[in-house]
Design a binder for this molecule. Structure first.
Ligand code: ADP
Ligand code: MG
Length: 384
C-alpha cells in the first residue's frame, strides 16, 4: 500500500486542508471465474495492494478530484453533478458520487485525492479499489452509514451505469467486506457470504503476465452473451433456471445438443466452476491444501479450454509454475485474456518460487513479469 502520510502531504499541499484518509483494497480471485453474473459463487481475497482516498470539504461549489497516479486534477460542479462519463479515470470516482446522488444523498463540494498501487488493468481490480475508496471517503464525509453489501452494490452500479463497464459484484464486494487472513466465499445471488481462513503455511503469489489482449468484439461481453444464450435455451426446458447458477451438468447432458457449441462450452465452464468454488471453500475450511490446489488446476483448464478466456502468456505462466517446489495450485485470475495468475504456494518456498517463476517466464516469453507475494487483507476502512 502507498504511504498514507505521503498522500496526506500531497493533499495538504494541493488543497491547503488536512484530509481524512481511507483505504480500499484490490483483490485476487482464488476461484470462481465468470460465475458472478450467473448469480453463482466466487471466492476472492482482498490483497495488500490498495487505493488510498484523501478527502476534505470545500466551499466553492466544486468537486475537485486529483489522481496522483496520473498527476492530473479534474474539477466538476457539485450541483448538479455530471450525469455522463467522459472516458477518463475520473469517471470512476465521479460515477460513485453520481450514483450516491441518485440515491438521494447530497454530495457537498469536496476535494478528493486518490493514490493506489493496484496495477491498473491487470485483473486485480484497481477500478473497484478506486470506487470503494471513494465511496468510503464520501459516505464518511456526509455521515451516511451504508451497510457493506449495499455500498458494494452502489459501487458496482457506478461501474455498470456510469462508467459503462459490464462487471459483476465480486470486485466491489470483496473490496468492501474483505477480512485479513481470510478468503471470502460469496453467493452472488443474495450476497450472503462466509469467510474461509487462509492457513498460516499458505502464501499467495500473484504473477502478472504483463499482457492484456483485446479480443474481437470485447471478450468479456461476448462470453457473457454466450453464457446468457445457453441459460435461455436451458430455461425453455426448466423455467426455474433463471441464471446458470440454477443449472446442472445433467441439464447440459440432456439439452446441450440444442445449444450452439461455443455457448455450450461457456456454460459448462460456469456450471462446473460454481461446483469447484463451493468445494474449494470446504477445502480451505478443513485446511486441505492439496484439494484446493487440484480444484484450482481444474478451474484453470476449464477457464482456458471451455471458456477460452486465457491466452498463451497466462497458460505459459501456469505451466511454468507446475513443477516448482512449493506449488499447491495455479490459475489465471480475473476477467481473462491476460492479467495475473494466482499461485497458492507453501509459505517457506514462496520467495524462491517467485524468483524462479519470474526467471522462467522471462526466459520463455522475453517479458519481465511483476511477481508479488500478497497477504489477505482487510476490506475498506479509515486510516488512522
Ligand atoms: P482493473 O482490472 O485494474 O480493475 P479496469 O480497466 O477495470 O482494470 O480499471 C482500470 C481503470 O481504473 C484505470 O484505467 C483508471 O481509469 C481507473 N483507476 C484505477 N486505479 C486508479 C487510480 N489509482 N487513480 C485513478 N484512476 C484509477
Ligand atoms: Mg476493473
Amino acid at each position: 500500500m502507498k504511504d498514507p502520510a505521503a498522500l496526506r502531504q500531497i493533499h495538504e499541499h494541493r488543497f491547503g486542508v488536512t484530509p481524512e484518509i481511507f483505504v480500499a483494497p484490490g483483490r485476487v480471485n482464488l476461484i470462481g471465474e465468470h460465475t458472478d453474473y450467473a448469480e453463482g459463487f466466487v471466492m476472492p481475497v482482498a490483497i495488500d495492494f490498495a487505493t488510498l482516498a484523501a478527502i476534505s470539504p470545500r466551499n466553492d461549489g466544486k468537486i475537485v478530484i486529483y489522481a496522483e497516479n496520473f498527476h492530473q486534477e479534474r474539477s466538476f460542479p457539485a450541483n448538479p453533478l455530471p450525469t455522463k462519463a467522459s472516458g477518463h479515470w475520473s469517471d470512476y470516482p465521479l460515477g460513485v458520487m453520481a450514483i450516491l446522488a441518485g440515491e438521494g444523498y447530497t454530495i457537498p463540494p469536496l476535494s478528493l485525492s486518490l493514490w493506489g498501487d493496484v496495477p491498473l488493468g491487470s485483473g486485480l481490480s484497481s477500478s473497484a479499489a478506486v470506487e470503494v475508496a471513494t465511496a468510503t471517503a464520501v459516505t464518511s464525509l456526509i455521515g451516511a452509514a451504508i451497510p457493506g453489501p449495499k455500498l458494494a452494490r452502489l459501487c458496482q452500479r457506478a461501474e455498470n451505469e456510469f462508467v459503462g463497464a459490464n462487471c459483476g459484484i465480486m470486485d466491489q464486494f470483496i473490496s468492501v467486506n474483505g477480512a485479513a487472513d481470510n478468503a471470502l466465499l460469496l453467493d452472488c445471488r443474495d450476497l450472503s457470504y462466509r469467510l474461509a481462513p487462509i492457513p498460516a503455511n499458505m502464501a499467495l503469489v500473484i504473477a502478472n503476465t504483463m499482457v492484456k489482449h483485446s479480443v474481437a468484439g470485447d471478450g468479456y461481453t461476448t462470453r457473457r452473451a454466450e453464457v446468457e444464450e445457453a441459460c435461455r435455451i436451458l430455461a425453455t426446458h426448466r423455467p426455474e433456471i433463471k441464471f446458470l447458477r440454477d443449472a446442472t451438468v445433467a441439464d447440459l447432458e440432456a439439452w446441450g445438443h440444442e445449444i450452439p457449441p461455443n455457448a455450450l462450452k461457456r456454460a459448462r465452464h460456469v456450471i462446473t466452476e460454481n461446483q469447484r468454488t463451493l468445494e474449494a471453500a470446504d477445502a480451505l475450511l478443513r485446511h486441505d491444501l492439496p484439494a484446493l490446489g487440484k480444484l484450482m488446476h481444474e478451474a484453470h483448464v476449464s477457464y482456458s479450454k471451455d471458456f477460452e478466456g486465457s491466452c498463451v502468456e497466462a497458460d505459459t505462466m501456469v505451466d511454468l509454475a507446475q513443477d516448482l517446489p512449493g506449488l499447491i495450485g495455479a490459475r489465471l485470475t480475473g476477467g481473462g485474456f491476460g492479467g495475473c495468475t494466482v499461485n497458492v504456494v507453501e509459505i517457506d518456498e514462496a520467495t524462491a518460487f517467485a524468483a524462479a517463476l519470474k526467471e522462467r517466464y522471462r526466459q520463455t516469453t522475453g517479458i519481465d513479469p511483476e511477481i508479488h507475494i500478497c497477504h489477505a487483507s482487510a476490506g475498506a476502512h479509515r486510516v488512522a
